[in-house]
Ligand binder design. Structure first.
Ligand code: F6P
Length: 565
C-alpha cells in the first residue's frame, strides 16, 4: 500500500509542471496543433461514446494522469474491491456492489476478518456478516433477485392483493439518500419501460423521502389505501426520516381501510400491514420491531453502501415498475461497465479517464465544481443522484490514515437537464469568470419520440459544446465568447435499462478512481452524523420551555421558533 501523500509523489509534481506549460494554451490551440486530436481523445466502449477532446488537456496530460494512477496503485485497489477485500477499513467492510450485478455462477467471497487488506484495517467485527469467507455472495445475490422477481411479478400481474382483495395499483417507496435517490432517479429515467408495450399493467410509482410533512402528504394524495403497497427501504432501518414517514403511511393506511370498512376495525384491517408493507433492509430485527413481517423483507448486505445500492433489493420498486427482465438488463449494463473498468488498460478505461480528467481540473486547474448536463428529461434526477454518489463518497478532508489532506478533494457536483439549463445558468458557463468542467450526456434516439423534438434537442447538445470550446470573437466585449470552456461529450444510442446501468457504473468507478488517488476511503460517511445527533437533541426542545444551551445564534433562532409555533 502506497502511503506517500499523493501530492508528494513524482507524478503529481510532473502534473503541476505540465499544468504550468499548458497555462496559456487554449482548447482551440490544441485542436490546431494536432489534427488527430479527436481520434486520440475519444473512445467507444461498453456501449458509450466518450470524447475528451474538448477539454483543456493533451494526450500527454492523460499519460501523466495515468502515470499518477499507476504510482498510487489504482489497479491494485480496484482489484481489492472486486475481490471482496475489506477496503472500507473504517467500518471494516468489503465493498462489493459489483457483486450485485454479476451473473449467476460467478464466485465472490468476502475477505475474512483479520485479512491483510492493509495495516490500517480495524479489528472491530461489529458490522460483520456471519461466515463471510465461506459464502459465495453471488449465490446470495441471486437468491434475493429471485425473491424480488417472484414478488414483483405477483404485484405486476395483480396476483398480490391488498387487505380487501383488490390488486395493487400504486407502489410507494419510502427511503432517503441511497434508499431513495437510486430507485427514484432510475424509475424516472426508465419510465417508458414501465408503460405498455414494454410492460403490461401500468402501476403508479411514488417516492417519499423528506421528513417535511409536505412530502408524505403530497405523495399520498389521490392514492387509495386499498390498492397501495409501501416498500420501506432502509439499510439500517434506523433512519428517523424513513421510520417517521413509514409510521405516518401506516396510519394513513389503517385509517383509510377502517373508513372503507364503514368505521369498523375488522379482521382485514388488522392484518393489513403484512399485505401493504414490505421492507428492504440489512436489519431483520428492526424490521420486525416496526411490525413488518420478515417474510416480506428483502435483504441486502453490509458490503453494499447506501449510495451504491440501487442494484440490490433497494431497487425493488424499480423492478416492480419495469419488470424483472428490464431490471436484469439494467444489472447487465452495470456489469458490462464493471468488466470494462476491471480489464481495460487505464489509457482506454472510461471510468478511470473520467476520474482522472475531473481530478485534473480540481487539483491542477483550480475548478471548484463539476457540472453534469443530461440532454434527457428522463435523467432529470441524475445530477442529484451523482451528488450523493460523488460528494458523500469523496467529500472528505483526511486520508485513509487519518492525515489531513493539503489538496482539494471532491468538486461540487451539480446540474440540470438541457435545454432547460441553457435558459437559466449557462450564461455563467459561457461568459463567467469560473472554469466549469461539464459532462454533456446525450442519446441518439428519443425515449419518447414526438415530431422533430429530439433532433432539436440534440442540435442544442452539439451546439453548446462547440460554442463553449471555441467561443466567438466580437468587437463588443459584452457579446464576445472567449471559448476554452471544457466539456466531455458522452453519448449512447438510447436511454434504455442497459445504458442506464452502464452510466451509473461509469460514475461509480469514476468516483472510486478519484478516491483512490486522493488516498481517501470513499465508502464511509461520518460527515452526516453530527447534524443527525444534534437534531435528535433539539427536537424535544422545540416543544418545551427548557433552558437552551446552544450558541447564541441557535438559541435565538429556536426561541423565535418556539414563540411562534
Ligand atoms: O445519512 C446518510 C445516509 O447514511 C446515507 O449514506 C444513506 O444512503 C442514507 O443515510 C439512508 O440510510 P438508510 O438506508 O440506512 O436508511
Amino acid at each position: 500500500m502506497n502511503i506517500t501523500p499523493v501530492d508528494q509523489t513524482e507524478s503529481w509534481q510532473d502534473l503541476v509542471d505540465h499544468a504550468q506549460e499548458l497555462n496559456d494554451v487554449t482548447i482551440a490551440d490544441h485542436f490546431a496543433a494536432d489534427q488527430a486530436r479527436v481520434e486520440k481523445l475519444s473512445h467507444q466502449a461498453a456501449g458509450l461514446y466518450v470524447d475528451f477532446s474538448k477539454n483543456r488537456l493533451t494526450p500527454q496530460t492523460l499519460d501523466l494522469l495515468v502515470a499518477l494512477a499507476g504510482e498510487v496503485g489504482l489497479t491494485g485497489h480496484r482489484d481489492a474491491m472486486f475481490d471482496g477485500r475489506r477496503i472500507n477499513q473504517t467500518e471494516n467492510r468489503a465493498v462489493l456492489h459489483t457483486a450485485l450485478r454479476r451473473p449467476s455462477g460467478d464466485v465472490v467471497t468476502v475477505e475474512p476478518i483479520g485479512g491483510d487488506s492493509g495495516d490500517e484495517i480495524s479489528e472491530d467485527p461489529a458490522h460483520d456478516s456471519a461466515n463471510d469467507s465461506e459464502t459465495n455472495v453471488v449465490d446470495e445475490v441471486h437468491e434475493v433477485l429471485d425473491q424480488m422477481a417472484t414478488f414483483a411479478n405477483r404485484v405486476r400481474s395483480g396476483d398480490w392483493t391488498g387487505a380487501t382483495g383488490k390488486p395493487i395499483e400504486a407502489v410507494v417507496n419510502i427511503g432517503i439518500g441511497g434508499s431513495d435517490l437510486g430507485p427514484m432517479m432510475a424509475h424516472r429515467a426508465l419510465r417508458p419501460y414501465g408503460r405498455p408495450p414494454h410492460s403490461g399493467r401500468e402501476l403508479e410509482t411514488r417516492f417519499i423521502s423528506n421528513i417535511d410533512p409536505a412530502d408524505v402528504f403530497e405523495s399520498l394524495l389521490g392514492l387509495d389505501p386499498e390498492t397501495t403497497l409501501f416498500v420501506v427501504v432502509s439499510k439500517t432501518f434506523g433512519t428517523i426520516e424513513t421510520l417517521t414517514n413509514a409510521r405516518s403511511a401506516r396510519q394513513w393506511l389503517l385509517d383509510g381501510l377502517t373508513e372503507a370498512a364503514g368505521g369498523e376495525v375488522d379482521a382485514a384491517v388488522e392484518g393489513a400491514v403484512a399485505l401493504h408493507f414490505v421492507a428492504v433492509s440489512t436489519n431483520a430485527e428492526r424490521v420486525a420491531e416496526f411490525g413488518i413481517d420478515t417474510a416480506n423483507m428483502f435483504r441486502f448486505w453490509d458490503w453494499v453502501g447506501g449510495r451504491y445500492s440501487v442494484a440490490s433489493a433497494v431497487g425493488l420498486s424499480l423492478m416492480i415498475a419495469i419488470g424483472p427482465d428490464n431490471f436484469r438488463a439494467f444489472l447487465d449494463g452495470m456489469h458490462e461497465m464493471d468488466e470494462h473498468f476491471r480489464h481495460a488498460p487505464l489509457a482506454e478505461n472510461l471510468p478511470a479517464l473520467m476520474g482522472l480528467v475531473s481530478l485534473w481540473y480540481t487539483n491542477f486547474l483550480g475548478a471548484e465544481t463539476q457540472a453534469v448536463l443530461p440532454y434527457s428529461d428522463h435523467l432529470s434526477r441524475f445530477p442529484a443522484y451523482l451528488q450523493q454518489l460523488e460528494m458523500e463518497s469523496n467529500g472528505k478532508g483526511v486520508d485513509r490514515l487519518g492525515r489531513t489532506l493539503n489538496i482539494d478533494t471532491c468538486p461540487v457536483v451539480w446540474g440540470e437537464p438541457g435545454t432547460n439549463g441553457q435558459h437559466a445558468f449557462y450564461q455563467l458557463i459561457h461568459q463567467g469568470t469560473r472554469t466549469v468542467p461539464a459532462d454533456f450526456i446525450g442519446f441518439v434516439h428519443a425515449s419518447d419520440p414526438v415530431g422533430n423534438h429530439h433532433d432539436l434537442l440534440m442540435a442544442n447538445f452539439f451546439a453548446q459544446t462547440e460554442a463553449l470550446a471555441f467561443g466567438r470573437e466580437h468587437d463588443d466585449p459584452q457579446r464576445r465568447f472567449s471559448g476554452n470552456r471544457p466539456t466531455t461529450t458522452i453519448m449512447a444510442d438510447r436511454l434504455d435499462p442497459t445504458t442506464l446501468g452502464r452510466l451509473i457504473a461509469l460514475y461509480e468507478h469514476k468516483t472510486f478512481t478519484m478516491g483512490v488517488i486522493w488516498g481517501i476511503n470513499s465508502f464511509d460517511q461520518f460527515g452526516v452524523e453530527l447534524g443527525k445527533e444534534m437534531a435528535t437533541a433539539i427536537e424535544p426542545e422545540l416543544t418545551s420551555d427548557s433552558e437552551l444551551d446552544h450558541d447564541p445564534s441557535t438559541n435565538q433562532a429556536i426561541a423565535h421558533y418556539r414563540s411562534r409555533r
